[in-house]
Design a protein around this ligand. Structure first.
Ligand SMILES: [Zn+2]
Length: 335
C-alpha cells in the first residue's frame, strides 16, 4: 500500500473510532518498541532523522505504556514465558538501538524515574571509538558544504543543497545512497570529495554521539538490559555465515568482558526482511543468544514461534500518543 493511502486510512480509522474499539480488545501478545535517539534533533550537526522523539514525548510514551502494558526487562519476559502466561496487561518491552549518548543522558533518567527497564542494543565497535557510522557522517558532511549542489555518480541530475544544510536535501541524498549498490564507505568518500573534503572532528571537544563503557555500566547496574547490535553494524544478510558469526560473537564477548554481565539478546542491524536471514537467527542461537529482535512492525503472538526473530514497533518522527496507539492497533498501516 502506498504511503499516502496508509496515512489517509490511519486518520479514517481514528476518526470513526475503530482504533478505540480495537484498543479495548487488544490481543495478549508481546509488544516491543524501538527507539533510537531521544531529545532535540535540531541541536545536532549529525543525522536528525534518527531521533525517535523529544524527551517530553518519550516520558509521555513511558507513562502511557506503563499504564497499559506489563513493561519488563528480558528476565521478566523470559519468566513470563514464551506462551504468554496470563497477566493483567499484555507484556511489552522498550528497546533502544545503536547506544547513543542521549540514551544515557535523557532516556535513562526518565526510565529510572518511572521504574521502567529497557533493553539497549549496542554496536560495540562504536563505543569509545572515533569511528562514525555512515548514516551520521554523510549528513554532517552535507551540512558543512558551502556549495549549492553536488553531483553523484549514477544520478540523472545534481542534488541541490539548501543553504542551511536543510533536512530535505539531506534526506534526498541519503535515499540515493541507500538505493545504490556501491559499498557505503566508497559513497561516503565520494560525497566528501564533492563537498570539499571536509572531515568531522574525531576527538577533543565537540559533540559525542555514543555512550561510553562507564555510562553503559551505570545503566546496567541500575537494572537496564544491555544487548548486542553486532560489532560494526554491518548488514548481516550481506555477510558469509563465518563473518556473521564473528560479528555476533565479538560483540557478545566485548560486552560481557567490559560490563561483567551475560548477554542473551541481539537486535539485527537495520532488521528488515532483507537485512538478516533465518540462518542469522540460527547462528545467534548457536552462540548462546536467547532473544533476537528485528525491525518488522508487528506484535508477537503467543506461543512465540521463534524468540530469535521477534518483531518491534518503530517509534519515529516524534509520533504522539494517539499515533502510537493506532500503530499498536493497526501495525500494517505503519509498516
Ligand atoms: Zn542500528
Amino acid at each position: 500500500m502506498k504511503t499516502g493511502k496508509k496515512a489517509l486510512l490511519r486518520s479514517a480509522l481514528s476518526f470513526v473510532g475503530l482504533t478505540t474499539i480495537r484498543w479495548w480488545f487488544l490481543p495478549s501478545r508481546l509488544y516491543c518498541f524501538t527507539f533510537h535517539r531521544v531529545g532535540d534533533a535540531a541541536a545536532t550537526d549529525y543525522s536528525r532523522n534518527v531521533f525517535s522523539c523529544t524527551a517530553k514525548r518519550f516520558e509521555e510514551h513511558v507513562v502511557f505504556l506503563k499504564e497499559n502494558f506489563d513493561l519488563g526487562g528480558l528476565e521478566r519476559l523470559s519468566r513470563r514465558g514464551l506462551t504468554g502466561s496470563p497477566g493483567n496487561n499484555p507484556p511489552a518491552l522498550i528497546t533502544f538501538d545503536d547506544g547513543y549518548i542521549d540514551n544515557y543522558l535523557i532516556a535513562f533518567p526518565i526510565l529510572r524515574r518511572h521504574g521502567v527497564p529497557a533493553v539497549f542494543f549496542i554496536p560495540t565497535g562504536f563505543v569509545a571509538s572515533p569511528r562514525l557510522p555512515w548514516w551520521e557522517e554523510i549528513p554532517w558532511i552535507l551540512r558543512q558544504s558551502s556549495g549549492t549542489a553536488i553531483r553523484l555518480q549514477g544520478a540523472d541530475e545534481p542534488f541541490a543543497l539548501e543553504p542551511d544544510g536543510g533536512e530535505k536535501s539531506i534526506r534526498r541524498v541519503m535515499n540515493f545512497v541507500k538505493s545504490r549498490p556501491a559499498p557505503v564507505e566508497e559513497q561516503v568518500e565520494e560525497i566528501r570529495a564533492a563537498c570539499g573534503g571536509v572531515r568531522p572532528p574525531t576527538d577533543g571537544p565537540g559533540e559525542r554521539l555514543f555512550a561510553n563503557w562507564g555510562e553503559l555500566k551505570e545503566m546496567s547496574a541500575a537494572g537496564m538490559d544491555i544487548g548486542s547490535h553486532t560489532h560494526t553494524h554491518r548488514v548481516l544478510a550481506q555477510l558469509s555465515p563465518t563473518e556473521q558469526g564473528n560479528e555476533l560473537a565479538i560483540s557478545k564477548e566485548i560486552l560481557e568482558a567490559k560490563l561483567g554481565l551475560r548477554v542473551t539478546s541481539i537486535a539485527y542491524p537495520i532488521g528488515t526482511r532483507v537485512a538478516y536471514t533465518q540462518e542469522t537467527c540460527s547462528i545467534a542461537a548457536s552462540l548462546g543468544y536467547q532473544w533476537g529482535f528485528n525491525f518488522l512492525c508487528h506484535a508477537n503472538a503467543f506461543p512465540i514461534a521463534n524468540p530469535l526473530d521477534v518483531g518491534r514497533f518503530a517509534v519515529s518522527e516524534n509520533l504522539d500518543r494517539r499515533s502510537l496507539r493506532s500503530m499498536i492497533c493497526f501495525p500494517r498501516l505503519f509498516a
